[in-house]
Write a protein that binds this ligand. Structure first.
Ligand code: FAD
Ligand code: NAI
Length: 475
């Protein structure tokens, strides 16, 4: 039967499309179903990440950073620019082109790897030990059968109670990425990853940005020393962040948005803005999957319940990425996708959440892997830490970007690296060295003894590793 597959993947985001490619590489007859539509109604593979997440946000972060450099940093290099102006429509058109290049890239990869693609919504019909029947609802409805099913249906933005997204004035990440002109006053609720990245984009382009955050601490999950440095840097740039607030009411309309809240002291406050981005986390997406009909178990927060190997409660049904527990990151989804495909053919892969890197693409960038000092203190594990500032790094001085530092934390006795925390230029790239080191159970001395190119930002990592034993050479 033509539509009889070894593996059917539901969802073509970074988890699903990578799982499908790996399954096909391993010789499995594989299909992927994805329902995302581009503005012409056609397919747009890549999920949240490619269409309204990682990729478009980084495109706008790059464009807005160029604009900010042209307006400020270029003068320090002796480059004069008169009448600097910004064409937001062009910037947005570029963002859309970058997204389309990525959509098309995945379509090409499916063809290359012989993954059969179905455009539409996939849902369970019936199944069990003998296999599964999956319906595809879309322009060309279809029915597929599969020995294995991988659920990779991702996540959706969480809305504030009583303030539904209209994507005109009350915006999710979707609307936040396609604002057509720079708002005068922009409000953001939630000073998490999206709040800081999107807040940075629109502040650089000229908006007056205020971020309202419920928690009393800034970037609570980040190493405290890094969070403090970040808070200082963002305040200097003019990003206004208020902590410890409680939102009481949000009212949107044609004229903008009114937000009522209490501040950290409990006093009632109000705030008006042209547009409001709500970035208070994301919720797993199992809409339309017909999970209940086949008894697919969800946990109490609505995630598909899985074990450490991404197995669900149903025979040969797996789930990966944002729709299951763990960090909501594209690279975590990808690693789980590869691992599940390999498990299906009897291999024994392993995904270690402790070495999943995090990056916040603000300026300065923030990146980390492993444990923070506060986590180690709480667990009572004895450690030593070394830091090295970019101010003392020759390449950073030449770049004109000396904010921040690298911190290496190692076990007090064995010297095994337990965590690496970075804030500064291009740390999104530098963090990979720390991930590799931790995967290979390296000690801080290992990094300190490895030759790093000069002048390079990576020397700050080497110096921070040397600083663990108080023997940094350049500070
Ligand atoms: P998704 O990417 O959400 O893909 C799920 C896909 O399944 C979608 O295409 C959806 O349409 C489809 N689907 C759902 N249900 C069905 C169904 N029943 N039938 C058919 N198709 C279905 N992560 C990073 O690591 N780095 C970043 O820089 C980063 N930036 C981000 C910026 C923003 C603004 C946002 C919102 C997120 C960002 N993320 C980032 C998070 C990242 O996007 C997610 O972790 C990642 O997309 C999760 O991948 P996934 O495959 O699990 O799900
Ligand atoms: P987040 O979890 O990063 O941040 C949400 C913030 O909102 C938190 O600080 C939380 O305390 C706050 N908050 C929650 N409820 C609130 C309320 N009622 N009022 C005020 N503040 C409130 O979630 P975010 O920014 O929405 O992003 C979702 C996820 O997407 C991230 O956790 C991350 O996994 C992923 N992402 C990753 C990126 C990257 O890797 N660079 C970029 C953007 C998103």
């Amino acid at each position: 039967m033509a539509n009889n597959f070894d593996v059917v993947v539901i969802g073509g985001g970074p988890g699903g499309y990578v799982a499908a490619i790996r399954a096909a590489q391993l010789g499995l007859n594989t299909a992927c179903i994805d329902e995302w539509k581009n503005d012409k109604g056609g397919p747009a593979l890549g999920g949240t990440c490619t269409n309204i997440g990682c990729i478009p946000s980084k495109a706008l972060l790059q464009s807005s950073e160029h604009y900010e450099h042209a307006g400020h940093a270029f003068a320090d290099h002796g480059i004069k620019l008169d009448n600097l102006s910004i064409d937001v429509a062009k910037m947005q058109a570029r963002r859309a082109t970058v997204v389309k290049q990525n959509n098309d890239g995945i379509t090409y990869l499916f063809k290359k790897n012989k993954v059969t693609f179905f455009h539409g919504r996939g849902s369970f019909v019936k199944g069990g030990d003998e296999g599964w029947e999956i319906a595809v609802a879309g322009a060309k409805p279809d029915t597929l059968t599969a020995r294995h099913v991988i659920v990779a249906t991702g996540s959706n933005p969480r809305a504030l109670p009583g303030a539904a997204f209209d994507e005109k004035t009350i915006l999710s990440n979707d609307g936040a990425l396609s604002i057509p002109e720079v708002p005068k006053k922009l409000g953001l609720i939630g000073a998490g990853v999206i709040g800081l990245e999107m807040g940075s984009v629109w502040r650089r382009l000229g908006a007056d940005v205020t971020v309202l955050e419920a928690l009393p601490a800034f970037l609570g999950a980040v190493d405290e020393q890094v969070a403090k440095e970040a808070q200082k840097a963002f305040a200097k740039q003019g990003l206004k962040v208020q902590l410890g607030v409680k939102i009481t009411e949000v009212e949107g309309g044609d004229g903008g948005v009114q937000v009522a809240y209490t501040d950290a002291s409990g006093a009632a406050q109000s705030f008006a803005c042209d547009k409001l981005i709500v970035s208070i986390g994301r919720v797993p997406n199992t809409d339309g999957l017909n999970a209940e009909a086949v008894g697919l178990k969800l946990d109490e927060r609505g995630f598909v319940a899985v074990d450490g190997d991404c197995k669900t409660n149903l025979t040969n049904v797996w789930a990966i990425g944002d729709v299951v527990r763990g960090p909501m990151l594209a690279h975590k989804a990808e690693e789980e996708g590869v691992a599940v495909a390999e498990r299906i053919v009897g291999q024994h892969p392993h995904v270690d959440f402790n070495t999943v890197p995090w990056v916040i693409y603000t300026s300065p960038e923030i990146a980390w892997v492993g444990q923070t000092e506060q986590q180690l203190k709480a667990s009572g594990r004895a450690y030593k830490a070394g830091t090295f500032p970019f101010m003392a790094n020759g390449r950073a001085r030449a770049l004109g970007d000396t904010t921040g530092f690298v911190k290496v934390i190692a076990d007090a006795k064995t010297d095994e690296i337990l965590g690496v925390h970075m804030i500064g230029p291009y740390v999104s790239e530098l963090i990979s060295e720390a991930v590799v080191a931790m995967e290979f159970k390296a000690s801080s001395e290992d990094i300190g003894r490895i030759c790093h190119a000069h002048p390079s930002l990576s020397e700050a990592t080497k110096e921070a590793a040397l600083a663990v034993d108080k023997r940094a050479l350049n500070f």
